[in-house]
Design a protein around this ligand. Structure first.
Ligand code: CP
Length: 336
């Protein structure tokens, strides 16, 4: 039998994803226990985490299993990711070997790997997490790569359903925000895909130069249309975009065209600090109080103001909580 990985949500059918979300709802209600006794998850964090690490460790514990955390270059050997590398430099172990060995110890392996420079064309294929899946004999879960954060996408889908009831036809605005660093596009693409799967109307508000990868934009449009929603359009004025929003998903991301050229990218974002969700801007949304989402961590009063994050329509902590429920469902589905 071939193993099943979880690299992108779109690798699974809509029916499989709906079943996962339904199981997550039952888990949240306290209706599901056990199922992962004597199972082990190995998590490879090539980049830091608060939510992903804690929610997966908690999920394994709650169902009777165990989680092991590896931090290459810190508490475990630094990993070489290039095929055919002559490893006479700083890296000690090839991911090919690490993936094969972890597959012998663990029942499932999670990998987090953000982009590490280079140009966009060379990193947009999510090769590191896909190589892990290729070489590991056990299921591999993408815990955030260059292009996707599928666990966040599931949690965001669950949160949209909780907050909106039936999200179909409601307006989802993905709003770019200023941030001191150029961040990956995995979360904004995944968030818009979550809304597309729910059949929502989707607006992307971003300054000129901050387009998502064209393939991601096309996929968001295609899925929204297939699921009865609509891709309304891309706007470069946050005030115009927020009018009539039912949900505002705030996220910063780096310019793909300047990817890996940090000084050039920093020049592009100069003068864009006004791209921030403030209380007056939230007032312009539908009913003056759209649901506010962000994957966290968030730069307070830089991406979103305190008054909004701590206000009654903020769903950011629910999204973080739902990471636990959807990941419990995912682990049960992959390992039971
Ligand atoms: N949202 C999210 O993935 O959080 P962490 O980076 O803390 O895991």
């Amino acid at each position: 039998m071939t193993k099943r990985d979880f690299i992108t949500v779109e690798d699974w059918t809509p029916e499989q994803v709906d079943a996962l979300l339904a199981l997550a709802v039952r888990i949240k209600r306290g209706e599901v226990s056990g199922g992962l006794e004597r199972k082990v998850m190995a998590m490879v964090f090539m980049d830091p985490s608060l939510r992903t690490r804690t929610s997966f460790e908690t999920a394994m514990f709650l169902h009777g299993g165990h989680a092991v955390v590896l931090e290459p270059g810190k508490s475990s050997w630094s990993l070489e990711t290039e095929a055919g590398a002559v490893m006479d430099g700083a890296t000690v172990e090839h991911i090919k070997d690490a993936a094969r060995v972890l597959g012998r110890y663990a029942d499932v392996v999670g990998v987090r790997s953000f982009p590490r420079g280079g140009d966009w064309a060379s990193v947009r294929d999510d090769r590191i997490v896909r190589d892990f899946a290729r070489f590991c004999e056990k299921p591999v879960i993408n815990m955030e790569s260059t292009r996707r954060h599928p666990c966040q996408q599931l949690a965001d889908a669950m949160t949209l359903r909780e907050r909106l009831g039936d999200p179909r036809g409601q307006r989802f605005v993905l709003m770019w925000a200023w941030h001191p660093k150029a961040l990956p596009t995995a979360v904004p693409a995944s968030a818009a895909l979550a809304a597309a799967h729910q059949g929502m109307e989707i607006v992307i508000a971003r300054p000129e130069g901050y387009e998502l990868d064209p393939d991601d934009t096309a996929l968001i449009r295609k899925i929204a249309q297939e699921r009865g929603g609509e891709f309304v359009h891309i706007m470069n004025d946050p005030d115009e975009a927020l009018v009539g929003a039912d949900v505002v998903y705030v996220k910063s991301w780096g310019a793909v065209k300047q990817f890996g050229r940090l000084e050039e990218e920093a020049l592009l974002r100069q003068g864009l600090r006004d791209w921030r969700l403030t209380a007056p801007r939230l007032k312009s949304t539908r009913g003056g109080g759209a649901t506010v989402m962000h994957c966290l961590p968030v730069r307070r009063n830089v991406e979103i103001d305190d008054a909004v994050l701590d206000g009654p329509t903020s769903a950011v902590v629910d999204e973080a909580e739902n990471r636990l429920h959807v990941q419990r469902a995912l682990l049960l589905e992959l390992l039971r």
